[in-house]
Design a protein around this ligand. Structure first.
Ligand code: ZN
Ligand code: ZN
Ligand code: ZN
Ligand code: ZN
Length: 388
């Protein structure tokens, strides 16, 4: 998930070292956790975050609402999360961000969930018109001062609700922009614009900001660390030991106990092995919200951590842009739902077991459209998967 020059070259390893590297999971996934942001998560900080408005990596070209409209209900979707995922190859992916949009209408997801998500990839090379190249440690002593002047351009108008291109202005004040008629109505009726349009009310900014952000998913910073490292590493070892002892039928019981006491009463259970593995992995770091698997460029393709044995994509479509393969990059866990500021109680609330994001393996160029659509698959927690 970051530029790194450590251990990325496997060509110097012999066969034994290579197999050891793989069994000890050298390419352990990066686990993402939600934290309250300490500073504003603006584009120039290259944030990974849930919710809020998109922080556009390319500040000059942003998505239009046609690209973020739900295929079921025709409402504009909102940002579920964005991850900053720079890669070493090709040079054009030096800065790289993946945006996931999601319809907030839970009922919609129950109709046809494939219409309720959109994923886009955006990239910029190290030398680009918007951001100075990061200082290179090796060149620190060079006399060459970095002389960077950012490009002057007209900043695109953003919808005050969702942050995609604001192509419509409020008819009265002409200074407030919206992506769509829907968001204009929302702002007028629910976010105080009816009251504050054309006023200098001292409470205006605070109130409008509060009411508008309530229409989005809560903004949280996503920080990451490799699975099995850091302070929690010890716990993982202990958990492994614990699991070894709890072999066979007994470990099934342990897993099932988490799903309700009634499971104990049925001894003839045929448990979904994928779900058991999932529970075990997640249980080690229960606060994780993201599992990021493409941690090094050109690492072997990874299998996601499936929530259940069924409901796997039969075919991940090739990249729309270059026709090359898409490979698994990261998954969004159901634990993220706890941070989004949404109700779990309502019948039509959002729900998923995990969301799996597949992206162009070769990070093909995103120009001239700036954004390349990518692929998302959803698995649910399944009662059938448990086969009671
Ligand atoms: Zn919808
Ligand atoms: Zn909007
Ligand atoms: Zn207005
Ligand atoms: Zn491609």
């Amino acid at each position: 998930m970051s530029h790194s020059d450590t251990d990325s070259d496997v060509s110097e390893l012999d066969q034994r070292e290579l197999s050891e590297a793989i069994t000890s999971d050298k390419w352990a996934p990066q686990l993402g956790y939600c934290e309250e942001p300490e500073t504003p998560l603006t584009a120039d900080t290259y944030p990974s975050k849930s919710g809020g408005k998109p922080a556009w990596l390319n500040p000059e070209h942003i998505l239009d609402v046609e690209q973020t409209t739900c295929g079921n209900c025709n409402e504009p979707m909102v940002l579920l999360l964005q991850l900053y995922t720079p890669e070493d190859e090709p040079a054009e992916a030096f800065h790289r961000a993946v945006y996931v949009f999601c319809c907030k209408n839970g009922g919609c997801h129950k109709q046809d969930w494939t219409q309720c998500f959109k994923v886009y990839r955006s990239q910029l090379p190290r030398e680009n018109p918007y951001y100075p190249p990061p200082e290179n440690e090796e060149n620190e002593d060079d006399d060459v001062a970095i002389d960077f002047t950012p490009k002057q351009f007209t900043k695109p108008k953003e919808c005050v609700i969702c942050g995609v291109a604001g192509t419509k202005a409020c008819g009265k004040c002409q200074t407030t922009y919206y992506c769509s008629r829907q968001h204009q109505m929302v702002d007028w009726n629910s976010c105080g614009h009816k009251l504050y349009c054309n006023t200098n009310d001292p409470n205006r900014e605070k109130e409008e900001t509060k009411l508008r952000s309530a229409r989005l998913f809560s903004e949280m910073e996503i920080v990451s660390e490799p699975e099995g490292q850091g302070e929690d590493g010890k716990e993982e070892e202990e958990q492994k030991e614990h699991t070894k002892k709890e072999s066979g039928e007994k470990s099934n019981e342990t897993a099932l106990a988490l799903r309700g006491d009634e499971a104990y009463e049925n001894t003839e259970v045929d448990v979904d092995q994928a779900f058991l593995k999932f529970q075990l992995k997640i249980g080690m770091y229960p606060d994780q919200v993201i599992r990021y698997e493409r941690v090094e460029y050109d690492m072997p393709d990874r299998e996601p951590l499936w929530v259940q044995q069924g409901q796997k994509p039969s075919l991940v479509p090739a990249c729309d842009r270059c026709g090359g393969p898409r490979t698994f990059e990261f998954q969004i866990l159901s634990t993220l739902l706890n941070y989004l500021g949404i109700s779990h109680v309502a019948d039509d609330s959002l729900d998923w077991g995990a969301l799996y994001v597949y992206t162009c393996k070769h990070n093909c160029p995103t120009s001239p459209d700036v954004f390349v659509p990518e692929y998302l698959w959803k698995q649910d927690f399944s009662a059938e998967g448990m086969k009671f």
